[in-house]
Ligand binder design. Structure first.
Ligand code: 13P
Length: 261
């Protein structure tokens, strides 16, 4: 039994244009109007559309997130976006350490940790992503890799800031591939992450931190995943680009939370 509030994020990645972002945000706001009362729902549009999406979401209660941030406050960092800039646009959440940034862009654990620190210091809520590659899974390194990413990402983080931290377990091989980790596989890793948080901090923090699952979550598999005791919601890529599919995943999170109590 847990009173962790379910959390579902829509990571739009590098998709949409201004019109489709605006339409999608309006549709999500309507479709999730009731859900915001007992679930955290966040959309993460591309940077250029943050303001348009903020306006489209209006007072719906669906929160605005960014897909990345840079750790420096300002200066000669061409192409980067600061915490203050995000706050200026009413962004409340930021994804850090997504596997596409780790593996496609080449971000290191050190850089990710610097970003986590800066974002938490600035008052944002952070979704820190961790997860193994297929090669690492096949080599039996899933937990070692994932927990090392958790440790590195949270290095030096003040326990008081954990209230604004969310973890997302996203096995790289399950992202955008249609291959989902089985609910049991995901639960095993989520439980291992929670145990690591308990060792690193304390039981209360470990019990309170929400851990989302991400990787080919769809309306037809969300319910089974979210029913597991340590899976507190999802970070949704492809299916978040369709408001009906996203809303049905949000609804599955509500049903699972109701069943857990
Ligand atoms: P998909 O849902 O498209 O597999 O993407 C998951 C993801 O990377 C969310 O951050």
């Amino acid at each position: 039994m847990t009173d962790r509030r379910p959390i579902v994020g829509g990571n739009w990645k590098m998709n949409t244009d201004r019109d489709t972002a605006d339409r999608l945000a309006r549709d999500v706001a309507v479709a999730c109007a009731d859900a915001v009362a007992d679930r955290d729902i966040i959309v993460f549009p591309p940077f250029p559309y943050l303001e348009a999406v903020r306006n489209a979401l209006g007072s719906s209660g669906v929160r605005l997130g960014a897909q990345d941030v840079y750790h420096e406050a300002n200066g000669a960092y061409t192409g980067e976006v600061s915490v203050a800039m995000l706050l200026d646009l009413d962004v409340s959440h930021v994804i850090i350490g997504h596997s596409e940034r780790r593996h496609v862009i080449g971000e290191s654990d050190n850089l990710i940790n610097a970003k986590v620190r800066a974002a938490l210091d600035g008052g944002l809520e952070v979704v820190l992503c961790v997860g193994e590659t297929l090669e690492q899974r096949e080599a039996g390194e899933t937990e070692a890799v994932t927990l090392a990413q958790v440790r590195a990402g949270l290095d030096g983080i003040d326990p008081n800031d954990l209230k604004r931290l969310i973890l997302a377990y996203e096995p790289v091989w399950a992202i955008g591939t249609g291959r989902t980790a089985t609910a049991d596989d995901a639960q095993t890793v989520h439980a291992a992450i929670r145990a690591e948080l308990s060792r690193r901090y304390d039981n209360t923090s470990a019990d309170t931190i929400r851990i989302q699952y991400g990787g080919s979550v769809k309306p037809d598999n969300a319910g089974e995943l979210f029913a597991r005791p340590d899976i507190d919601g999802g970070l949704i890529g492809g299916a978040s680009l369709n408001a009906d599919h996203f809303a049905s995943i949000v609804s599955a999170a509500g049903v699972a939370a109701g069943d857990r109590v």
